[in-house]
Write a protein that binds this ligand. Sequence first.
Ligand code: PMP
Ligand code: GLU
Length: 395
Amino acid sequence: MVELSTRISQIQASPTLAISAEAKRLKEEGRDIIGLGAGEPDFETPQHVKQAGIEAIQEGFTTYTATVGIKKLQGAVCTRFKEDKGLEYQTDQVIISTGAKQSLFNALQAIINPGDEVILPVPYWVSYPEQIKFAGGRPVKVKTAEEDGFKLTAQQLKEAITPQTKAIIINSPNNPTGAVYTKQELVELAEVIVEEDILVIADEIYQKISYEQDAISIAALGPKIKERTVVIDGVSKAYAMTGWRIGYAVGPQEIIAAMGRLQSHSTSNANSIAQRASIAALLGTQEPTLEMKEAFDQRREIIIEGLNQISGLKAIKPAGAFYLFVNITGLVGKTIAGQEVTDDQKLAELLLQEAGVATIPGSAFGQPGYLRLSYAASEEQITEAIKRINSLLNN
Ligand code: PMP
Ligand code: GLU
């Protein structure tokens, strides 16, 4: 038997990607599966963005670029940050990576020493704890309350901080809950962060998908919080570009430069063609993004209303992203299709096998007793999924 490193032995594969792959596999086998598991827009990349990628290929823009990304794309990120978040940065404070996931990975590698603690509000996106552990850090999981809209309070943050605390990850709009922190909530968190002198990783990949009000960047609340924050963002969700693999980190120059050194020895630059397409996405018309948000908003109405009518299920209306986080504790212990619903994982399995609906169990996000449903699916699929779930659970 090969002996793997202790570092890698602590890491589990991404359950969101695994369940999405399983749903795809069943579909290919001819099963009628509705995929509400995958967290990716079901829209195509806008035409003008595709065109920019085609032109890059035709012009022979197919060689290495600067490790940290092409200057024009770094500049385009600065433009969007100024317009969308009210944040001013120089291009040397921007690194372009192979997806926001890599930016996040590099940022954690750049700031964590062995034994450093990183505060992680629960529920959390699946990759955070694994990436923290891989960097040698310790995820400190702090449970948020459904009554607080699954948002960490300043008091909870204060109580979780120890001399070992290095950073906190704030993900707003949130995956998996759809929670969006208000300005006041962020101000209160920022006060504690500045006072305790810790860093923030602000994952704002869903910033453009916020329905009730514009999602605010914590870095925009003042110079003291800005100098402690690395903002993570990317084109995957806002421009329906998950497969192009372009994300970025923006923040203090020393951290960004350190991330660049790491990237220069791992993946080098992000794909040159995708970088060119991303310039078109960021500097071109933002209309497609607004249209997609509108569509997600309509689907949000359909799914929340449909789900909440099913007895045993309960969900709060998400303010952002495209996920519904459904409380299923009312079903635990019940018998469905001849089998006992022991927990959220069992329910997700039953929904997939018996109703052909793929979902992600809350335990993947550190919160058992829930299911995450992605509503980045067509209205017909959502309506059909609700029908199937209802008939499975109430028969
Ligand atoms: N952060 C969150 C919260 C996400 O849901 C995702 C989606 N996979 C990412 C980061 C990474 O996005 P990507 O690597 O596609 O840019
Ligand atoms: N972020 C998406 C999700 O949570 C994509 C899957 C992944 O990258 O883990 O489903």
